[in-house]
Design a protein around this ligand. Structure first.
Ligand code: HMG
Length: 440
């Protein structure tokens, strides 16, 4: 069976930066450590006034198509995953296609376009749809363009405000891919939850503390389901484990619990038994509460061991490099975690071709999904082509007053004709309705 997976990736960040330690913390009367150490975030990316989910998506997609030498006719499917859509009828992918058609002779007349919604997990769901379309043989040799794009903004003074971000990830899905090939096994954990909602409103209503617990519960269920599907979860068998990353501190929690779950009954649990004992087993306790308390104690001891620390440094920490600088991109977040891990592998010269990734996607509402990927030949040049470091470096560093002004614009509370802080250069830029995504 021919491999199907990600053939190319491009990442586009919003062009403004909110520094959490220098700019945000003093205004909020908080210690910078709450953000940099507790949440694990240094900065958020925000869109300038001429940027939005369409322009970021179109700019990422254009760079990807140029780099891969593609014409519109080569693409048979365009799916956008977003939770920041502004149109309840016309999918964002049609706006993106409209932008791209300005710069190509051909068009996307025969491409199937759609929009996927399930909070942050919809980017991964769109990858699945593309995978299934190709596997079903309906693609006629054409590729799928999957774009995860969001402006992840919270109301001011909401606890989530520190985790904001904005950016797009464009991914090309094809046979014989150059980055990763997808596994057939998948696992899901899914339940009707109301921890994070946006019912016809610009900013989410969030029960932040509860959302953390729901994330952990659904992720554990997805792991169990993945194992039931025959998926391997031994933590030493993966080069990286990219998780959905609303903030790196969330992944720190998920990684500790996930590691405990996955070493159960393995050589790793056995090797650590002399140091921290064996994992508590449910049947040894009278109540759920006592059992959970014992699990928590074991996990705390486990995450202090050298074995865990070394594993975390190798397998998890590299996936957080980009997220620390840009914040939560909702649908794009797990996909920048994958790119981030591969980027670190390239920087450190790690030989990861043929090695596996275990990908943990999540969306509030709520659903987690686990699948595996194999890193394939060609990944080095694809990852080397990313210019995300340059984009991060080039962002305009906002003062707190400028941040508030920009935030109001994106919440449609202020006129959009305030002065941009950056200048559009050879890119799609929002220039008022009706002139959407004009290339400057
Ligand atoms: P908070 O309640 O203001 O923060 O916001 P906190 O008081 O819990 O502090 C955060 C951490 O910093 C804690 O660490 C503190 O101890 C630590 P923890 O105990 O959790 O390990 N801390 C410090 N550390 C070092 N030095 C200091 C210091 N001070 C404190 N000086 C909250 C946290 C998660 C509630 C907030 O960020 C929030 O509401 N975020 C939005 C919701 C969210 O991101 N949830 C995550 C799971 S749901 C999800 O991922 C889905 C989502 O992406 C949406 C979608 O799917 O569409 C959000």
């Amino acid at each position: 069976m021919t491999d199907v997976g990600i053939d190319g990736i491009e990442v586009r960040t919003g062009k403004l930066k909110l520094d959490l330690a220098e700019t945000f913390a003093p205004e909020k009367g908080e210690e910078p450590g709450k953000y940099t150490k507790g949440l694990g975030l240094f900065a958020s990316s925000l869109p300038d006034v001429y940027e939005d989910i369409v322009t970021m998506a179109a700019n990422a997609s254009h760079r990807l198509m140029e780099r891969k030498g593609l014409e519109p006719e080569d693409i048979g499917r365009i799916d956008v995953a977003t939770e920041s859509a502004f149109d309840n009828s016309k999918p964002v992918s049609t706006y993106v296609a409209g932008c791209l058609e300005q710069v190509y002779d051909g068009d996307f007349h025969h491409a199937n376009k759609g929009e996927r919604k399930f909070a942050c997990i919809s980017g991964t769901q769109a990858l699945d749809d593309a995978y299934n379309w190709i596997r079903a043989g309906r693609n006629r040799g054409r590729k799928a363009l999957v774009i995860a794009t969001d402006t992840a903004l919270y109301a001011r003074d909401d606890p989530g405000e520190a985790t904001q971000g904005a950016g797009a990830v464009a991914m090309l899905i094809d046979e014989d891919p150059d980055v990763v090939a997808f596994s057939t096994e998948q696992g899901y954990g899914s339940a009707d939850e109301t921890d994070f909602l946006k019912p016809n409103q610009q900013f989410p209503s969030v029960d932040g503390k509860r959302s953390v617990q729901v994330y952990l519960a659904r992720m554990r269920e997805a792991l169990e389901d993945f194992e039931a599907a025959g998926g391997d979860t031994h933590p030493d068998n993966f080069a990286f484990i990219p998780f959905h990353t609303p903030f790196p501190g969330m992944v720190r929690k998920a990684a500790g619990l996930g590691y405990r779950h996955c070493i159960r009954g393995t050589d790793v649990e056995e090797e650590l038994a002399g140091e921290i004992g064996r994992q508590p087993r449910r049947e040894a306790f009278d109540s759920e509460e006592e059992y959970f308390e014992a699990v928590k104690e074991y996990t705390d001891a486990l995450t202090e061991t050298d074995t865990y620390t070394e594993w975390y440094e190798q397998t998890i920490d590299p996936t957080l490099d980009i997220s620390r600088e840009v914040g939560n991109w909702y649908t794009g977040s797990v996909h920048i975690a994958r790119a981030s891990g591969l980027k670190r592998a390239l920087e450190e010269g790690r030989a990861v071709t043929g090695k596996k990734l275990l990908v943990g996607s999540y969306g509030s509402g709520a659903q987690a999904e686990i699948h595996a990927e194999t890193i394939v030949e060609g990944w080095e040049s694809e990852i080397e082509a990313l210019n995300i470091d340059e984009q991060i470096e080039a962002r305009y560093d906002l003062s707190f007053e400028e941040y508030e002004e920009i935030h109001d614009v994106h919440n449609h509370e202020a006129e959009t004709d305030i002065e941009p802080r950056t200048t559009p250069e050879g890119e799609f830029a929002f220039d008022g309705w009706g002139r959407m995504g004009e290339r400057k």
